[in-house]
Design a protein around this ligand. Structure first.
Ligand SMILES: Cc1cc2nc3c(=O)[nH]c(=O)nc-3n(C[C@H](O)[C@H](O)[C@H](O)COP(=O)(O)O)c2cc1C
Length: 210
């Protein structure tokens, strides 16, 4: 079987983790690199990834996650956050990063900067928040596939209270919003979900070739 398909069939939304098994530091670094390489609109990366290891914090977050056990039993808890607002300062920082990374003159990027600011500034705050959250979902897809390739289990989770996460992690003050949560670790042998056949629409219902 093709490796990509094999990986994607191996993964499933894990409900019960083996809390004794930890993801290695090496694999955490690979996951962080993969998240860092996630493409985003304009390349702005309006994101922050919080890796929660602390069990006390995770117990508090579990209460804000409809008591889903994965939040505490998994090896690590990743909280994919996105910016509430985009400002000209973020754009300026991004331009500076391009200058540093590619060793180009800042004057040459003036047009690009203006283009981004002219696009972003008129967008209402609520729309910008949603736009940024969409970037977090690109990271989620990347994360799930990376974990599968490493044979690390993961659970994409929307079943949590963003306001509760904000309360526990102090996100709002940092212009952040918890967009999606993803515990990662190793499946428990007793997790019955690992044996279920995947339910997916038939090709004919999902694809249209014109
Ligand atoms: C955006 C998103 C949010 C989800 N939220 C939850 C959740 O809160 N709790 C949970 O146990 N599973 C959650 N799931 C898992 C889905 O139910 C699961 O991915 C889907 O049924 C397909 O099954 P599979 O991932 O095992 O192939 C979520 C999945 C996605 C993509």
């Amino acid at each position: 079987m093709n490796k990509i398909i094999e990986d994607l069939k191996w993964r499933y939304a894990t409900k019960k983790y083996d809390s004794t098994k930890k993801v290695s530091i090496e694999n955490i670094e690979i996951i962080k690199d993969a998240l860092r390489l996630t493409p985003t609109a304009f390349g702005l990366q309006p994101l922050k990834f919080i890796i929660v290891e602390n069990q006390d914090v995770r117990l508090k977050l579990k209460e804000k996650s409809h008591n889903q056990e994965q939040v505490v039993d998994a090896s690590h808890l990743l909280v994919l956050c996105s910016y509430i607002d985009n400002t000209e300062i973020h754009v300026e920082d991004y331009i500076d990063l391009i200058v540093d990374t590619r060793n180009v003159a800042k004057e040459n990027l003036e047009g690009f900067k203006e283009y981004i600011n002219n696009t972003i500034n008129p967008i209402p705050l609520e729309t910008k928040t949603i736009w940024n959250a969409k970037q977090a979902y690109i990271a989620l897809g990347n994360l799930l596939h990376t974990c599968a390739a490493l044979r690390i289990d993961a659970t994409p989770m929307e079943g949590f209270e963003p306001e509760g996460y904000d309360e526990v992690l102090g996100l709002k003050a940092k212009n952040l919003k918890a967009t999606i949560v993803c515990p990662i670790g190793y499946r428990h042998p007793e997790d019955r979900y690992q044996h279920l056949t995947k339910v997916r629409k038939h090709h004919d219902d999902l694809f249209e070739v014109i």
